[in-house]
Design a protein around this ligand. Structure first.
Ligand SMILES: Nc1ncnc2c1ncn2[C@@H]1O[C@H](COP(=O)(O)OP(=O)(O)OP(=O)(O)O)[C@@H](O)[C@H]1O
Length: 576
């Protein structure tokens, strides 16, 4: 296989552009996918992270666009991405090549993302720009097609980048609509580092006899990526992470948190750690932020070049993101989707650059994850740390300064538990195996919340963490005066309600007692009458000893006698 760009059957200006961008030779995936895609075949391409899949579809698309007869408001190529960040990045790759197009305004792209412009604004731009290529996410593309303002009958190419993600159930509504709306006669290309899961849903794309291209890599990872795990107690994770961040040499790190709430929560806390202010610079990126803020954060992180920079993020930035200089990945917890593991690690060690990815595993059952990865042929080594876990960062005491912080901590804690229940490898990640106290310390939670997953009656589970108790809990204040007043008022109301309930309960108990006494008396009288009656019936002498005999004993004796008689009957019956 030739890796020489000049051997490709593409426009000379495209070859020059590639040269100007500094890509001297093709990567293996480019050398195998580009010629086939140019030959009008459908392709399904699987190659490890950072191997250059983007150019594998960008170059053939541009080449095809040089030959189409573009009609007004007709779109000729669509590239879909599961996230807005990735869509923006793909658009940048198109621009980087198209800037060398000698025909000014020759091939036009439009990046269309939900949450940035309104649909009307996007349609307005579409009308003005009249693009050949649209790069979008499924939600907004669906809206565009529904608007009927864009024509897709001339569509030549459809690309699903991170195809397995686009074809999973999360996007099925949008994708079903989009795929049903597009013409059948087109070339389709599916790209991902993990495509095997998508084979089951391939038929949905309408793809026929695709050429499957799989670029095998030793241990299913780029050579330049080193992967490590470290087994740790949840309560030690944060300190250890800071120790790594301060001791390791790196330029940019991405730290994966399980949920958006935890990114927000720890980001607020990390900002207060003034001792690291000059050393570590944090950014936060997650799916609950507004799109413009997300895109800005990512480009600021990309542009940052002073000191060690850390992007605190979630799975929203697990796929496709290509940022130079990211040389360290830390996963505080493994992802719920095992495929995501390689995508997260693959944000470093890209295109031959060296990178390390460290994954923390909770002590106990989670250690089985190593075997699980080995079975999947993922080569991961244990990380030997030359230092201790590091000093306590004071998260709990920071929390105890304001009840609002604790509320947020509980929110993050609860969202983690929900996250944990979503693990697809649920034989390893079992809620029942969580060390609640240690997890609470990791989140700086001093009182475990009430949730069905936590059995507070279990003798191994303590509701209050450390030396915290109910009294301290009641006195725990909000810094915000209004909030605190509302809490105190609410507490007083609850106390009153409780007192009223107690009084009512007591009253009920008292009345119940008099009723009980009455009933007992009545019962006694009845019993006396019964005994008299029985004594009469037996015709026994009314002597004192007999009178003193408890009538119950008599009944018991009678019963015993009857039973014996009955037993005698049975015995006789048996004899027969
Ligand atoms: N032929 C090439 N020579 C050198 N570098 C290249 C070449 N092609 C692409 N690159 C660079 O390699 C990096 C990774 O490329 P790209 O983002 O396309 O990877 P990918 O395979 O799509 O990864 P992922 O699966 O993580 O999305 C980019 O920085 C890109 O500029």
């Amino acid at each position: 296989m030739s890796l020489d760009w000049s051997k490709l059957n593409i426009q000379q200006w495209l070859k020059d552009a590639i040269g100007s961008l500094g890509f001297q030779t093709m990567t293996t995936v480019q050398a195998s996918a580009i010629p086939i895609f140019l030959q009008n075949k459908d392709v399904v391409v699987e190659a490890v992270t950072g191997s250059g899949k983007t150019l594998s579809f960008v170059i053939p698309i541009i080449e095809k666009m040089t030959r189409v007869e573009h009609q007004k408001y007709h779109v000729n190529a669509i590239v879909l991405s599961p996230t807005r960040e990735l869509a923006q990045q793909i658009d940048k790759v198109f621009q980087s090549v198209l800037q060398f197009n000698p025909e000014e305004n020759g091939i036009r792209t439009q990046l269309i993302l939900g949450g940035v412009n309104t649909l009307e604004q996007d349609l307005e731009t579409f009308k003005k720009r009249n693009p050949h290529i649209i790069i979008s996410t499924p939600g907004r593309l669906q809206e565009l097609i529904k608007s009927k303002k864009i024509k897709t009958t001339d569509l030549e190419v459809l690309i699903l980048d991170e195809a397995d993600r686009l074809l999973d159930t999360n996007f099925s509504k949008e994708m079903d609509f989009i795929l049903a709306s597009l013409p059948k006669q087109k070339r389709t290309g599916l790209f991902s580092a993990t495509i095997s899961k998508a084979y089951e849903t391939l038929h949905k794309t309408g793809i026929r006899n695709p050429i499957k291209i799989k670029v095998n890599a030793k241990n299913n990872k780029p050579k330049s990526l080193q992967m490590y795990y470290h087994v740790v107690k949840p309560e030690d994770k944060l300190n250890l992470m800071f120790k790594i961040l301060t001791e390791y040499h790196f330029q940019k790190a991405m730290v994966y948190f399980p949920t958006c709430v935890s990114v927000d929560y720890y980001y607020q806390f990390f900002k207060t750690l003034t001792q690291y202010k000059d050393q570590l610079k944090f950014f936060s990126l997650h799916g609950k932020l507004k799109t413009p803020a997300r895109l800005k954060t990512l480009s600021n992180f990309d542009a940052s070049n002073d000191g060690k920079t850390i992007l605190m993020t979630t799975d929203v930035a697990s796929r496709g993101i290509d940022i130079d200089d990211v040389d360290l990945i830390i996963q505080l917890d493994p992802p719920t989707d095992p495929d995501s593991f390689m995508h997260r690690c693959g944000r470093t060690g890209r295109a031959g650059r060296f990178g390390q990815a460290i994954t923390f595993l909770n002590e106990g059952r989670e250690e089985d994850y190593i075997n699980f990865l080995e079975v999947k042929d993922v080569d991961i080594e244990e990380l030997e740390l030359p230092f201790e876990k590091g000093v306590d960062l004071g998260l709990t005491s920071w929390n105890l300064q304001d009840r609002a912080r604790h509320d947020k901590a509980v929110h993050a804690f609860v969202s983690f538990v929900r996250y944990y229940t979503k693990h697809s490898v649920n034989s390893i990640f079992r809620v029942g195996n969580i060390d609640w106290s240690s997890l609470a310390k990791f989140y700086g939670v001093t009182r475990l919340p009430s949730m069905p997953e936590i059995n507070k009656k279990d003798s191994n589970v303590s509701e209050f963490i450390g030396d915290y108790d109910f009294e301290k809990w009641e006195q725990f204040k909000y810094l915000d005066e209004n909030k605190e007043k509302a809490r105190v008022d609410e507490l007083a109301k609850e106390k009153k309600k409780f007192e009223r309930q107690e009084i009512k309960k007591k009253k009920e108990e008292n009345s119940a007692w008099s009723v009980k006494v009455g009933k007992k008396q009545a019962r006694n009288e009845k019993n006396i009458n019964k005994r008299d009656l029985e004594l009469d019936m037996k015709g026994e002498d009314d002597n004192e000893s007999e009178q003193e005999m408890d009538w119950k004993d008599m009944i018991r004796a009678q019963k015993k006698q009857k039973k014996n008689e009955k037993n005698d009957d049975i015995a006789q019956f048996d004899d027969l």
